[in-house]
Design a protein around this ligand. Structure first.
Ligand code: AMP
Ligand code: ZN
Length: 474
């Protein structure tokens, strides 16, 4: 098939046309969540954009196989293998076992994905399922001289590679700064950036999950998981590897070092990295204590799909700053968009010339470094066209296989309570928004007063996980 999908490849630092190893097929891998806590909406920005990437590739005709790991062991507080195991600190925090924590937060992650219309990858594999694969890869790396044992642990020897810093913009000095200043020195390492493939001694005392290995009872390092899980399900050649920008170093750099040393050839051609969601105080992160989740947005009355639209309105390569003001505007824009679409009658036949030109424009936006805000602009342009409702609805259904904004299935307020005139509907929407703002400002007296004002008019409101809904009382 014709290859015309282009995106910014971190490996070459240019926008490149994707040419897969096998014609028409894409082998794609995503670094999954570390399941020691809820995902914050920053993590979910990455997963939303990776989801759109997968769906865009499918839209333009590729057969995509996508694999994701679940990190349930080995990810320490610092990405450079120091500090406590994140899973263990989660278990201690909640007085549960590590496996209970893993199950709870894996389920919570997929529930968030469901709310955001993020498709579950074709294969999802927890790291704890793949211990034999990790042991095998480490054995081969030792045999080939790329790894060494020291102090009971097994380390990858980065000095054995001519080009360890594959993501070329980074100098060694820059990378070392990125590794954080609070790391304690591991005296077993021969070189500063060597990383752990298998832990036995270090952090061993209170590690909950451990397995037998040729190097003693222990557990795997974080980076080895992604190399092994992708090789297990996608084979020796991968087309696209995804993650957030914080994964570039050390995680993805180390994945490449291990995989290519093990395989003896180049492994993955294209690297797709999503920039961070920040709040006013900087990068959103779980270690900051208070962090924003999808459930919290819902408690505040937002439809999770509005957050998806917020992400799609910005380019994945730019940092994105979260604010409630922008989300409020997005909420209003989304409600208006859904009302306009609901008014379209599914009749009048499909104008094939118009459909063909819009399909081409939409595909071109996706192929141009995943220009999602342009894709949404095309939706608005289409609504303005002097063509039949059926043409528009047909195209919107197709576009929504990528955007996943429930363009045709979201309910308008009028549909939720038929028989209500537009004026009343607008009044209720305004009151619900006013109440949401009052609750946000912790002005609960005002919020209650609004509820009562509506009740006096026979309108009952209810806060649900999907946002505030209302009905006329009988
Ligand atoms: P973790 O659960 O910490 O392993 O992270 C899951 C994914 O979220 C990874 O791909 C990270 O790169 C990504 N990520 C972490 N913080 C952010 C953020 N603030 N904005 C966007 N993506 C992030
Ligand atoms: Zn990974």
């Amino acid at each position: 098939m014709e290859n015309r999908f282009r995106f910014f490849n971190t490996l070459t630092r240019t926008v490149e046309t994707v040419i897969p190893h096998e014609d028409g097929k894409i082998a794609m891998y995503t670094c999954g969540p570390t399941v020691y806590h809820f995902a914050h909406i920053g993590n979910l920005r990455s997963y939303i954009m990776e989801d759109v990437l997968e769906k865009a590739l499918r839209y333009v005709g590729y057969d995509v196989k996508r694999v994701m790991n679940i990190t349930d062991v080995g990810h320490l507080a610092s990405d450079a293998d120091t500090g406590e195991d994140k899973m263990l600190s989660g278990a201690k925090r909640e007085h549960k076992t590590v496996m209970e924590i893993a199950k709870f937060y894996t389920d919570a992650f997929f529930e968030d994905c469901r709310k955001l219309n993020i498709k579950t990858p074709d294969v999802v594999e927890p790291a704890t399922n793949c211990i034999p694969e990790f042991v095998h890869m480490i054995e081969v790396l030792l045999e080939k001289g790329y790894a060494y044992t020291a102090g009971g642990n097994v380390y990858f020897d980065t000095s054995k590679l001519d080009d360890y810093y594959v993501f070329s913009s980074q100098s060694e000095k820059e990378l070392l700064v990125g590794v954080r200043d609070d790391v304690e020195e591991d005296v077993n390492k021969r070189n500063k950036n060597d990383f752990v493939l298998w832990f036995t001694k270090s952090k061993f005392e209170d590690q909950a999950l451990k397995w037998e290995s040729p190097w003693g009872t222990g557990y795997p390092g974080w980076h080895i998981e992604c190399s092994c899980i992708s090789l297990k399900h996608l084979g020796e050649y991968m087309d696209i590897h995804c993650g957030g920008v914080d994964n570039i170093f050390p995680h993805h750099t180390n994945e490449i070092a291990q995989s290519e040393s093990y395989l003896g050839h180049k492994w993955c051609n294209y690297w797709f990295h999503v920039n961070h969601l920040n709040d006013k105080s900087g990068k959103m992160s779980k270690s900051k204590g208070d962090f924003l989740t999808v459930s919290l947005l819902q408690e505040k009355g937002y439809d999770p799909i509005v957050y998806r639209m917020f992400c799609l309105q910005s380019h994945y390569r730019k940092p994105l700053e979260f604010s409630y003001e922008v989300l409020d505007n997005m909420s209003a824009a989304y409600a208006k968009l859904i009302r306009r679409i609901a008014e379209l009658k599914d009749e009048g036949g499909v104008d094939e010339a118009c459909a063909a030109s819009y399909r081409a424009r939409f595909a071109e936006a996706l192929c141009s470094d995943l220009n999602t805000s342009m894709a949404i602009t095309i939706v608005y342009d289409l609504l303005k066209e002097p063509v039949s409702g059926q043409t528009k609805r047909t195209l919107l259904a197709e576009f929504d296989t990528v955007l996943s904004l429930n363009l045709l299935t979201a309910q308008t307020a009028a549909e939720a309570a038929p028989g209500v005139d537009e004026e009343l509907e607008a009044y209720i929407a305004e009151k619900i928004e006013e109440r949401r703002q009052a609750k946000k400002a912790k002005d609960f007296a005002k919020a209650d007063a609004i509820r009562e004002e509506l009740a006096a008019k026979g309108i009952a409101i209810k806060d649900t996980r999907e946002g505030t809904v209302w009905e006329l009382q009988g």
